[in-house]
Design a protein around this ligand. Sequence first.
Ligand SMILES: [Zn+2]
Length: 166
Amino acid sequence: MEQPPREQPKFILDGMLGSLARWLRLLGFNTLYYETQSDDEILEQTEHRILLTRDKTLLVRAQKHGVMVINPGSGLIQEMLQHLQDRLRICFLGDPNQSRCPQCNSHLKSTTRKEIQDRVPKKSLDRHHQFWQCLNPQCGKVYWQGRHWTRIQQTLDNLRIPPKEQ
Ligand SMILES: [Zn+2]
């Protein structure tokens, strides 16, 4: 019998992990992150979310609340992603159609050049064919696969695939 697909983990990150938050959103994970939240505010929002923090006090408090909490380590993004991939047995794939907005965590929609032509520098407009726009009307940010995407892909390619569950 086929296993039903496992639900994607959702995350909440403390204020120190801004760049990891943007990465997780880009990789398609529902990720809450507010720069100035207090520990109490974070703990109030952990329902059904995995808390990522390097803060030992918050880590212990979260564990006492029965929250799943992971310290992603203090290394480079690649090391933190590797840690999460191994620990959660997930595989980070760079699929821009699954991405969430790194700024606001909303879903993105694929869009046409015509729709966003006044919002993107001419050079990028000429060079790229695919664009995505944030569905949150207050944000509406437009994305395309520029040079940063090549770096993202390289980082993901360097991750070791976790061993399959038996
Ligand atoms: Zn957005």
